[in-house]
Design a protein around this ligand. Sequence first.
Ligand code: XIL
Length: 437
Amino acid sequence: MRDHMWTRRDWMKASLAAGAVSALPHWARAFDTTDSHINVTGSDSLRSHAEARGLLFGCAVDPALLDMDGMAAGTSTDPYTTLIATQANIVVAENSMKWGPLRPTPTTYDFAQADRLMRFAAIAGQRVRGHNLCWHEQLPSWFKTTATNDNASKLLTDHIQTVAGRYRGKIHSWDVVNEAVELKDGRADGLRNSPWLGLIGPEYIELAFKTAAETDPAAKLVYNDYGIELDTDDNAMKRGQVVMLVRRLKARNIPIHAVGLQSHLLASGAHAGEGLRKFIREMKAMGLEVYVTEMDVNTRGVEGGPDVQDQAVAQIYRDYLSLVLAEPNASVALTWGITDRHTWLNAGLGDWAKRPDGAQQRPLPFDADLQPTPAFVAARAAIDAARPLTQALSQKGQQLDPALMYQPFKVQGSPDAPKLSAAPGSPAASFVRPTQQ
Ligand code: XIL
């Protein structure tokens, strides 16, 4: 991995130039990384900035790409692995905890990849989000022919008991139900005509939440959805249905602790604003938190080269994260991947992800070479602005001491590489910070 040292730009001065992106000379842009010296490791990482402000910040991970041996030995130099370890204090499996990957047959489970992520996170001292226990997509191929009205409730509860049971006490939060609202399906309750709704009825949602609560009482239980972020009519209507869903669950004493905003945003078009702020406050009034669960920024509507894309993406990161993280019940944010090398937006999934010019999408804080993008600078600035620096530390009665802040997992050549405190791979393994060795 290339050394991440660049000269630091004056944030305030540069941000004045944020408006007309493509007309500006390179040096005047708001989120400059290319010729500036920004250290992204150690106390300059997203992880450290988040921790110093009491926030959880992280990303979705493909466990198959992780260098587990190097990680366990404390010697990994794999760029993807070290990036996840150093930048995130919370991770989520991009696919490995979904039904499809976990359930090769109706009677068997394959936990290999999910277990890898749990092991990795234990070594790296990270929290783990569980995604997800009930969704209409990525169901195993056998589901269609096996699930019936008679067995669907048992299929759902068995799955939740087995999966959430395996990781009981180790999961920060479970996306218990994913994407259950779809206005186009035309139901008065706003619910999607999903296989689960067809097989069980609308009660499948509370069945899932109740079962998750019984199985892992320590995990925060989340309803996760998309299309509820923006100040548009359709987003506002869907938000309204999500509010109604949460109210119905609360009225029936169903345990639900947070709503996840997937936050797959477009760099062009409508932005998030007052509607989302009101929604987050309404959730607070009901005692719920709000998490940003899957943030990335799609530039399919932005004309221009990589620099123009990067500036547009960075603006959204700064504006969106600033808006959400300003709310006291919003202190968790994850991006959907960490590097543009591995993003679903470049996986050829559909026209909604394709740029008309055929160029690659650049939706994440690190580019395809794993170098920080302007989105990194913007995300970190939004984290910095979200809470006073000393708040989290003074709450713990600590002095602000940079040596106490997170130090990176061993990066090649780094003199301050931390040692692991427990047997490699053991769940108890955690970092010993260099100052404590
Ligand atoms: C996506 C993954 O990123 C892809 O690799 C996979 O092919 C499809 O699913 N909303 C969600 C996520 O809740 O689980 C989806 O993840 C993206 C949209």
